[in-house]
Design a protein around this ligand. Structure first.
Ligand SMILES: Nc1ncnc2c1ncn2[C@@H]1O[C@H](COP(=O)(O)OP(=O)(O)OP(=O)(O)O)[C@@H](O)[C@H]1O
Length: 223
């Protein structure tokens, strides 16, 4: 586990198409970083650079001090894990979908008790044997969050992860998720339009506009 405030991810002189121009940016360990900014400012694109879902045209992105190119892409994305706004569900049950990462990796899946614990952390009480395709959009988003928690990555990349939930449920889920991540010394980067969320949870708040970093603030939550 990384120490708190270690540099997990860094960008140096990064350019991506005409969408992003980032001279310098770091994501610190053990912290919640909120990425905010207007629609189209490049938040989702920046998140995708962090685990090489896209590669920059220029500049360097590092994870724990090493260029992303030095990592096996599958291993990198297991350690720096994206939870998209519209998560992919596979044919099968809630259980199958929660442990799909273990199935793909060919490793022993966690026991049902662990799966249920992670589902309840994100306020989902679904039966494990229920088919996943009948879940609502918001339930699928929470199942995807539980799936990520079970995988225990170093860094979670969340892109508007509760967009399908009402404000109150969203707040409960994200606050519980962030608390779990911090208690385990993991790192969270979250793209959000919700300024209240960024204020409440962001140890660091990075604001983008027009593909550039406008401000980096240290939040009151920090420490
Ligand atoms: N692969 C791509 N190729 C070309 N243009 C792209 C690509 N990905 C995103 N864009 C464009 O880049 C800009 C930034 O998009 P991005 O999704 O990163 O913004 P965002 O800040 O996350 O927006 P929103 O808040 O609306 O989700 C948009 O104009 C988008 O159309």
């Amino acid at each position: 586990m990384a120490e708190t405030n270690e540099i997990m991810i860094s960008l140096n002189d990064v350019r991506f198409k005409d969408i992003l121009a980032i001279d310098e940016l770091t994501i610190k360990s053990g912290a919640v970083t909120a990425l905010t900014g207007p629609s189209g400012s490049g938040k989702s694109t920046l998140l995708k650079l962090f685990n090489q879902m896209i590669t920059p045209d220029q500049g360097e992105v590092t994870f724990l001090g090493a260029d992303l190119n030095e990592y096996d892409p599958v291993e990198l994305r297991r350690r720096v894990m994206m939870v998209p706004q519209t998560p992919v569900m596979f044919n099968g049950t809630v259980r199958d979908n929660a442990v799909i990462g273990f199935t793909f990796a060919g490793t022993e899946p966690p026991p049902d008790t662990a799966v249920k614990e992670m589902l309840s952390r994100v306020h989902l009480q679904q039966a494990l044997d229920e088919p996943a395709d009948v879940l609502s959009g918001g339930e699928k988003q929470r199942l995807a969050l539980a799936r990520a928690l079970l995988m225990k990555p170093d860094v979670y990349l969340l892109d508007e992860p509760t967009s399908a939930l009402d404000d109150e449920t969203s707040r409960g889920v994200i606050d519980a998720f962030a608390a779990h991540v911090k208690a385990n010394g993991q790192t969270l980067v979250i793209v959000t339009h919700d300024n209240a969320l960024a204020e409440r949870l962001g140890d660091w708040r990075i604001k983008l506009a027009g593909g550039r970093v406008m401000t980096i603030e240290e939040g009151p939550a920090h420490g």
